[in-house]
Every structure is written in C-alpha cells, then in structure tokens.
Design a protein around this ligand. Structure first.
Ligand code: URA
Length: 219
C-alpha cells in the first residue's frame, strides 16, 4: 500500500517520510516532501516547527492557518500575535519556545472558487498520520514542558478522550511517544479571537492564567 495512494480505507501516516537519526534541519527538509495524508495536495507547503533543539518549552497548536501556509512558519498570523502577547504577559519569551502544530499542512475549504480560504479542522485520522513528525520533534527538542493549545493538539498528544475544559491550567505528567512529559493544556488562541466581544477579555485572561501555570511549572 503506497502512502500516497490514499484510498478511503488506507491508513494515512507520515512514518515512511521521517528520516531516522536526522536533526531538526534535516527533518524540516524531509517534511517538505511529506505525502503521508491527502492534506499536502491543496496546501502551499509543509509548515514545520520553528525553534531550536533544547528549547525549554514546546508549544503545540492545531494546524497552520492561511498566513502560516503562505509564509511557511507556524503562528505568524493573528492567532500567533495574540499568543505572543499572552506568552509575554505570563513571563514566557516566545523567542525561547519551540513552536509547532499537530498537523503540518493547512486544511481549508472555499465557499466558492477563488474565494477566501476558510480553516477546516483536521480529523483525528489526519492528526494521527502527522504524529511521527511531532514524535521526532519531541525527541530532538526534549522540552521540559509542553503547552498544549486546544483540542486537536490535546487529542493528538493525549488521546481522543482529551477535553480541554477538564484539564486546562493543570500540569499533567504522561508518557508521550515513549518519553515522560509534563504538559499544560490550554485553549487555542483562535478561540479567544472567535469569542463574542463581551467574552473576549475573559477568554484572553483565561489563556494568560493557564500560561502562568506553565511559567511557574518551568520555575
Ligand atoms: N493556528 C494554529 O494552530 N497553528 C498555527 O500555526 C496558526 C494558527
């Protein structure tokens, strides 16, 4: 079964594309050619994680958005700007974090041809297919703490029963891809942007409060 055949029952996985023993730069180059699931077909490019091996914190989002797809870097659009502000308020330096996504290609729909691209949430199957990239990033970065941004990242890392509302702002200790990890889940920054005007400040303060938990856990 070829990883790019992508018949309806075919198992999607990035595993055959992930080189063994590679560093982050080589992984990033290999990820550019990933055909492990159908999302590469419509996306502009793979958006791999950004940051250095040894970063103390790894931030894991859902998938690149429109801006990230065009620029090839995670969290450079409106959600990323909000996240940077919230991180700074919590005393975490965004420049010191390794930032990545559970899914490395932008998934979208268009209401009509040539119309604006509208984000579409990846399925668990797509997030699972992308898991080998996240596992390889974790093994190389070896963060002291993972900040889990929203439900897709949570399900990808902690399983399909993950509910962000049940565990946000707490420090979890779990084995992930064979390594003991500490994780602090919180909401996705896009959910703050999408909140109703009257709820947005509270949603933002909630995100900052969860990131404060992460900052204290790091010490
Ligand atoms: N949302 C995400 O989850 N990741 C990005 O990189 C941008 C927006």
């Amino acid at each position: 079964m070829s990883p790019s055949g992508n018949g309806p029952e075919e198992r999607y996985t990035a595993a055959p594309f992930v080189p063994e023993g590679a560093g982050l730069d080589a992984l990033r180059r290999a990820a550019a050619g990933c055909r492990g699931c159908p999302l590469h077909r419509n996306a502009t490019q793979t958006v791999f994680g950004a940051g250095r091996a040894g970063a103390r914190v790894m931030l894991v989002g859902e998938q690149p958005g429109d801006q990230e797809d065009r620029q090839g870097r995670p969290f450079v659009g409106p959600a990323g700007r909000l996240l940077d502000r919230a991180l700074a308020e919590a005393g975490l330096d965004p420049a010191d974090a390794y930032v990545t996504n559970a899914v490395k290609h932008f998934k979208f729909t268009r209401a009509e041809p040539r119309k604006r691209r509208i984000h579409k949430a990846p399925t668990l199957r797509e997030a699972t297919a992308c898991g080998p990239w996240l596992a390889a990033e974790l093994a190389l970065v070896e963060p002291e703490l993972i900040v889990v941004l929203g439900a897709t990242a949570g399900k990808a890392l902690l399983g399909s029963s993950f509910r962000v509302g049940e565990v946000r702002g707490t420090v979890l200790e779990r084995e992930i891809h064979g390594r003991p990890e500490r994780l602090v889940p919180t909401v996705h920054p896009s959910s703050v942007l999408r909140a109703r005007d009257e709820d947005r400040d509270a949603a933002y303060e909630g995100l900052v409060a969860d990131l404060n938990v992460a900052a204290h856990a790091l010490g």
